[in-house]
Design a protein around this ligand. Structure first.
Ligand code: HEC
Ligand code: HEC
Length: 294
């Protein structure tokens, strides 16, 4: 004979007293594993906040007994990288500016470090690709058209001391007069010399010959000292070439008239206070190598 399976009675559990449609809500205790896990998390939480930085205070957080600090870890990591680069940095500082390219290791380091310095400090004004913002006075650093010169030395000096700033006595400096605002030339004369500048930069287009002829005389008397007789510019004064199609502030009739009326006075900060010598050299090397370095 087979034993009849015994049907177990449901365990006797308290009810909460809630009943819906004859279904009772039982008050089962939490499973034991769950309760122990819960207690374990509390113990872990207390242990963690004693050992590690945890509770926010007014000026920081509780430090924790183990002295862990991600900030200190970063400082250690930076110090480690600095130490690893110390030798090549010293070599860069000691190198002849024109000799950096001849040493492949040094050149590779300067190129990489210079690109990083450029990304952090220069892209706001010169653009992420160093192509500048034409018409806004931020020059393209990729071409071979230089305001202040494109040799390694020229570029290094421009970056280190800046341009027309008030924070470095050795900054590159020059000032074009504001011919309109200071009434050095009247409106007619400005229209004439503007036509002459347009004829230099766009010789293939039609120009008013009478205006150009008058403008040429005004140019020779007022402008050639800085922009040169033929409009090719003067790097010792940062005077841009006017006989090409590259413009700091725009080459339209309106933009040129505006540049002559009120001179622009572009300013660049001196980087010798913000960058170390090896960084200055690296970024100069990077700029020199990016385009038209001379
Ligand atoms: C606040 C804006 C600004 C920042 C930032 C800036 N520059 Fe300049 N930079 C200028 C301006 C404006 C000029 C043109 C000034 C003039 O009219 O002569 C210039 C000119 C230059 C020139 C000269 C170009 C030539 O044709 O001779 C070089 C080189 C240069 N910058 C490199 C740098 C480097 C490298 C950095 C980053 C370390 C940098 N600049 C950051 C505004 C800036
Ligand atoms: C004392 C030197 C000096 C004299 C004189 C001078 N300039 Fe300039 N000129 C400059 C300099 C420097 C700049 C660049 C200005 C800047 O970046 O702030 C400039 C900029 C310009 C620009 C803007 C160029 C561009 O790329 O956007 C024009 C146009 C110009 N000059 C025309 C003239 C004309 C026309 C005259 C004569 C009526 C004249 N300048 C006289 C020094 C001079």
């Amino acid at each position: 004979m087979c034993a009849k399976p015994v049907k177990k009675e449901p365990r006797q559990v308290e009810t909460t007293g809630h009943v819906w449609d004859g279904i009772e809500e039982l008050n089962n205790p939490m499973p034991r594993w769950w309760v122990w896990t819960f207690y374990a998390t509390i113990v872990w939480g207390i242990g963690y906040s004693v050992a590690y930085p945890a509770w926010p205070l007014i000026t920081g957080a509780t430090p924790g007994l183990l002295g862990a600090s991600t900030r200190a870890d970063v400082a250690v990591e930076i110090a480690r990288v600095d130490a690893a680069n110390a030798e090549i940095k010293a070599k860069l500082v000691a190198a002849d500016l024109n000799g950096i390219g001849a040493d492949p290791d040094l050149a590779a380091y300067a190129e990489r470090a210079g690109a990083a310095v450029f990304r952090t400090n220069c892209t706001t004004c010169h653009g992420s690709g160093a192509a500048g913002f034409e018409g806004k006075g931020y020059p393209n650093l990729l071409d071979d058209d230089w305001l202040w010169g494109g040799t390694m030395e020229d570029i290094y000096l421009t970056i280190a001391h800046g341009i027309r700033n008030t924070t470095d006595a050795d900054a590159r400096y020059s000032q074009m007069p504001s011919f309109g605002a200071d009434e050095l030339l009247d409106e007619t004369q400005i229209a004439q010399v503007t036509e002459y500048v347009l004829s230099m930069s766009q010789p293939e287009e039609e120009h008013d010959a009478a205006l150009v002829a008058e403008g040429a005389v005004i140019f020779a008397e007022n402008c050639a000292a800085c922009h040169m007789e033929d409009g090719s510019g003067d790097k010792t004064q940062g005077a841009p070439a006017l006989n090409d199609r590259i413009w700091l502030y725009g080459g339209s009739r309106e933009a040129i008239t505006a540049s002559i009326n009120v001179a622009r006075f572009g300013v660049m900060p001196n980087w010798n206070v913000r960058l170390s010598e090896d960084e200055l050299r690296a970024v100069a090397f990077y700029v020199h190598g990016s385009g038209g370095g001379e």
